[in-house]
Ligand binder design. Structure first.
Ligand code: FAD
Ligand code: SF4
Length: 508
């Protein structure tokens, strides 16, 4: 009697209860499979980091005495899909029971539940033991409400998980949210901490991936790959973040800079999303550091809100709205992505830096993703499904359950406001206030319609003109429409003319 337990590439949690005891009748299976490298075009570092971490995990399980079958990308007999490989392994090992951990992506959830139901043997999907909420918890919380609100969800989570609370159940410091303290531009000091991540030489693995014919884009950095391989390294990252960056996380959370890549962000998303780290331990670490007086409450609260609030919330949005969520296109935007999304070559300095960094490092921080790249995408009317595929491919932390609601919902408002209460768009003024991008830019941040005018300016006003009927009712946008109404016909027509002159955005 053999049970086959499948471990997916983002289920690298050595503390899962599966591994609490040795079971000679259990065979653990991990596979590098073309289905997973090819469902979208991925950044080279994403493929490398996931495969390297899977190999490390399999090695640890074997060393701990578990039975493991690992299918490498170039193994003879490795089939292109998970079910095809499972069929072979089940026959080969005389498997009598199939188990898997709940996948986070709809695509895999459907595939594996279909597979299990047709196997003709007992099977079970078990909890991945990672999240702080069930797939449907957010939907249950908002069952009788017209509008979902992250802030409501977040306060519920703070109370439910007893995070940053006083003894009487009220929030520490007397308020739930210190967002207003967290909106400073970065003046260049304190310095961005040095990159604390350990480098790895994965050139041999990269050769195997290439020899197998896997397509990718972006810089592989195979000789110095800096994403954590395992839980021990992820814990080192957490330590380094808490001591070196967390004290400044809050203040500069929304800042952008040409002179920095990470600023004071944690770079923990890859380790969290592959389940090397549990969100509870990351939150607890930030809270302890705050209670010990080593970081301020606004810094700790700002960071904890991202994980306890946003991360769990977007997952709830995903499971409440799939599979139709992927198709939503509220504004009916259809434009293809300009070619510079694949090489970073544009004269718009903010985009050249944010996209260039994404291609070089498979990482951009939240405000680069939202208020530079996403902002442009929405103002320019780029196809949200094409943008979704780009975001899903380019970032090392991109798994659909978290990427899709962030891209389609938060960044592109393609869900008509299910996730965000208003579109996240801005003209050059916001980017200039939060960054040093505009100072050295080819374009003029103050100009709206001249030859060198910043494209964000005309696009911003044209966006609200074009979508007035869909957005006018939103009270948070009343001021924008009042400003639009004050513009004379000549100004409006100059803006329209300017936008038309930008054509397909290829030459910006
Ligand atoms: P920090 O800024 O240090 O934040 C700490 C942690 O909070 C992150 O590691 C992450 O786990 C969590 N977090 C922060 N913001 C969010 C958020 N909006 N949603 C969910 N979790 C959040 N995050 C992903 O993990 N994968 C994605 O594919 C992804 N795609 C995105 C696409 C767009 C268009 C946008 C606007 C955001 C996206 N995010 C995604 C959310 C966020 O930008 C990243 O989690 C963050 O930049 C990762 O870097 P970090 O670990 O340094 O984060
Ligand atoms: Fe970006 Fe416009 Fe500023 Fe240039 S001027 S960096 S394009 S916002």
């Amino acid at each position: 009697m053999t049970t086959l337990r499948l471990i997916l590439g983002d289920q690298l949690n050595p503390r899962h209860s599966w591994f609490a005891r040795h079971r000679p009748d259990v065979l653990y299976v991990l596979m590098e499979v073309r289905q997973e490298t090819d469902y979208v075009l991925h950044h080279a570092q994403k493929i490398l980091a996931v495969f390297a971490a899977m190999r490390d995990f399999a090695g640890q399980l074997t060393a701990a005495g578990h039975r493991v079958h690992y299918l490498a990308i170039d193994d003879a007999g490795n089939r292109p899909s998970i079910p095809a490989n499972l069929d072979l392994l089940i026959a080969h090992h005389g498997v009598t029971r199939f188990e898997y951990q709940a996948p986070d992506e709809w695509r895999l959830d459907q595939q594996l539940s279909r597979y299990a139901s047709t196997l003709g043997m007992p099977s079970a999907m078990v909890d991945s033991e990672h999240f702080l909420t069930g797939r449907d918890d957010a939907a249950t919380l908002f069952a009788n409400r017209r509008q979902w609100l992250m802030e409501h969800f977040y306060r519920h989570m703070r109370s439910r998980h007893q995070v940053l609370l006083q003894d009487d159940g009220r929030p520490l410091g007397g308020q739930w949210n210190f967002d207003h303290d967290n909106r400073q531009a970065w003046p260049g000091l304190p310095h961005e901490p040095a990159d604390w991540r350990r480098g790895h030489d994965h050139r041999a693995l990269w050769q195997q991936i290439q020899a197998a014919g896997v397509a990718s884009f972006g810089e592989p950095c195979a000789d110095d790959l800096r994403w954590p391989l395992n839980r021990a390294e992820a814990l080192e990252h957490l330590d380094a973040f808490v001591t070196q960056a967390l004290p400044h996380f809050g203040s500069y959370q929304d800042a952008l800079s040409y002179r920095a890549t990470r600023l004071f962000h944690s770079l923990l998303s890859f380790a969290l999303n592959t389940k090397m780290l549990h969100p509870r331990e990351v939150i607890a670490r930030a809270e302890e550091t705050c209670r010990a007086g080593d970081v301020s409450l606004p810094a700790a609260e700002g960071f904890i809100r991202q994980i306890l609030g946003w991360r769990e919330y977007v997952r709830g949005v995903y499971w409440a709205n799939m599979p139709e969520y992927e198709q939503l296109n509220f504004f009916d935007h259809r434009r293809p992505l300009p070619a510079w999304f694949w090489n970073g070559q544009t004269r718009m300095r903010c985009l050249a830096h944010s996209i260039g960094q994404s291609l070089a490092q498979a990482y951009a921080h939240h405000i680069q993703r939202l208020m530079v790249i996403g902002n442009f995408g929405l103002l320019a009317g780029l196809d949200p499904a094409a943008l979704h595929r780009w975001y899903l491919g380019v970032y090392v932390d991109a798994f659909e359950w978290v990427e899709l609601p962030n891209t389609l919902g938060m960044s592109q408002f393609a869900d008509g406001g299910r996730l965000a209460t208003k579109p996240y768009v801005s003209s050059a003024a916001y980017i200039d206030r939060m960054s040093d991008y505009c100072k050295g830019c080819h374009y003029d941040k103050r100009d709206r319609t001249g030859a060198r005018a910043c494209p964000f300016n005309a696009l911003y006003w044209d966006f609200f003109r074009r979508h007035r009927a869909q957005l006018e009712g939103q009270h948070r946008l009343a001021m924008v429409f009042r400003q639009l109404d004050r513009m004379d016909a000549g100004t409006l027509s100059a803006i329209e003319h300017k936008v038309r002159s930008l054509q397909d955005f290829e030459t910006l």
